[in-house]
Design a protein around this ligand. Sequence first.
Ligand SMILES: Cc1cc2nc3c(=O)[nH]c(=O)nc-3n(C[C@H](O)[C@H](O)[C@H](O)COP(=O)(O)OP(=O)(O)OC[C@H]3O[C@@H](n4cnc5c(N)ncnc54)[C@H](O)[C@@H]3O)c2cc1C
Length: 497
Amino acid sequence: MENLSAAVVVIGSGIGGATTAFALAKKGIDVLVIERGDYLPKEPENWSPQAIFIDQRYKPTEKWLDGSGKEFGPGVHYFVGGNSKVYGAALPRFREADFGEIKHLEGISPAWPFTYTDIEPYYCQAEELYKVHSTAGIDPTDPPRSKPFPFPAIAHEGYVIDLEKRFRKIGLHPFPNAMGIDLGENGKCIRCSTCDGFACKVDAKSDAQSCALDQALKTGNVRILTNSKVERLVADESGEAISHIVVSGKNGEFKVHGQRYVLSAGAVNSAALMLKSGVGNSSGLVGRNFMMHINSHVATFDPMRKNDLTFQKTLSFNDWYFDGGKGYPLGAVQLIGKVTGLMMKSFAKKVPLSLLNYIADHSVEFVLMTEDLPDPENRIEVTKGGRIQVFLKQRGMKTHMELLKKAKRYLRKSGYKAIFRQPFDISMNSHQCGTVKAGNDPQSSVLDQYCKSHDLSNLYIIDGGFFPSSAAMNPALTIAAQALRVVAESGLAKGII
Ligand SMILES: Cc1cc2nc3c(=O)[nH]c(=O)nc-3n(C[C@H](O)[C@H](O)[C@H](O)COP(=O)(O)OP(=O)(O)OC[C@H]3O[C@@H](n4cnc5c(N)ncnc54)[C@H](O)[C@@H]3O)c2cc1C
């Protein structure tokens, strides 16, 4: 293991790392992916709500600290494919305006160092790679696109067909979710109820392993080291480039050398690794501007309406995405995978399971997603003992509460008698981003518009960390599109010897 090297060393095999490895491999570049986790096993527990939501089988035992020093179990998954192994596969593009500066009720959502037009061709490629299904032009907030969705929208089941009609009747504009699953003729998807939050036993969910990494490995240009955790990035004598990284594996520590390095350990872990290594932080912004969206799960209940859905996550509405009626944006409302009584039990611990089952049989569930505005005080630090600490006081809560109020009003109008809410807490950091902000000015950003470190000539960071703002859309497709853009346009793949 001592002298491992590659032209490009990629740290992490999630959406960021795997998509980058895929694009580099297509160019014939020698890539070594280093992943701290193993392959997620195919086993009965993949589809067990008990194993996943109660026993937390696929979460690490590792605990992070909140700002007051209290431990919590983070919503991260250390496997080949990263968080995408269990994600919900909603793969929308950010809206065109999300790339510019937007005035919010509680401050400014800053502009990105590139525009929607710059990334649009790569959204098309990412949609192909991750098999995105939807129909353009139904959602009034749809950004312009140079190609249609590569796959047709996933058909709604009866309950959602009816829900869509009820929503239209009260003036909303529902549309089919952009979903990354392999459904349709010759597709692997069996349209089961264990998709969102579960691991896919039939490889039909468009995760980073099945769509990008496995394809990259097939080219023969990519190798992967699993169960290998990167401990440090070490700069050369000049301090202007990474000379090697230190990795710990089953048999102890070893070094890996690359001409270029891509850090894709996820927004929190990438920042923590940079801080631990003491590199690339002349701006002082590594770890800062941490965001994770302000999200609520909302269950709407109607005792007269039995929910018999299998695949629920097919519809959303963005009616108040740009303007909630008072001149500033609110956010998105999306159906999520069908929640069962047992899944509700993971947070409603004192409520009898029989009651939760009854509620779940008569409810339909949504996520309400609003933007949390970047704030340097919201940050990741690494304690003296090497532990990750997350300081977070989200800015955008008034906006979120307004979306909640408005959504509740409309959900009642559409027929629901009772509405239950579960706000996301600090442990539900699945949409983590912002910790190594991209920008044009090295004093106010960590990376350039192509995710290259302003300080280190051979280091790129490609995961949600580069986002200057979170928008109010699911992040994975934007991470994938940017990975493809970086490989196509930046110096990452150029001049490799
Ligand atoms: C339950 C759930 C549902 C979600 N649903 C959606 C959705 O529907 N749509 C959407 O867009 N997004 C969704 N997300 C978020 C989405 O999964 C993430 O935005 C995306 O996967 C992030 O990809 P990434 O490559 O940046 O990071 P990660 O997925 O975190 O990948 C990082 C990888 O790096 C590895 N790693 C970390 N540290 C080290 C180290 N020191 N050394 C070596 N390897 C390391 C990790 O093991 C991991 O494999 C969801 C997330 C969760 C958890």
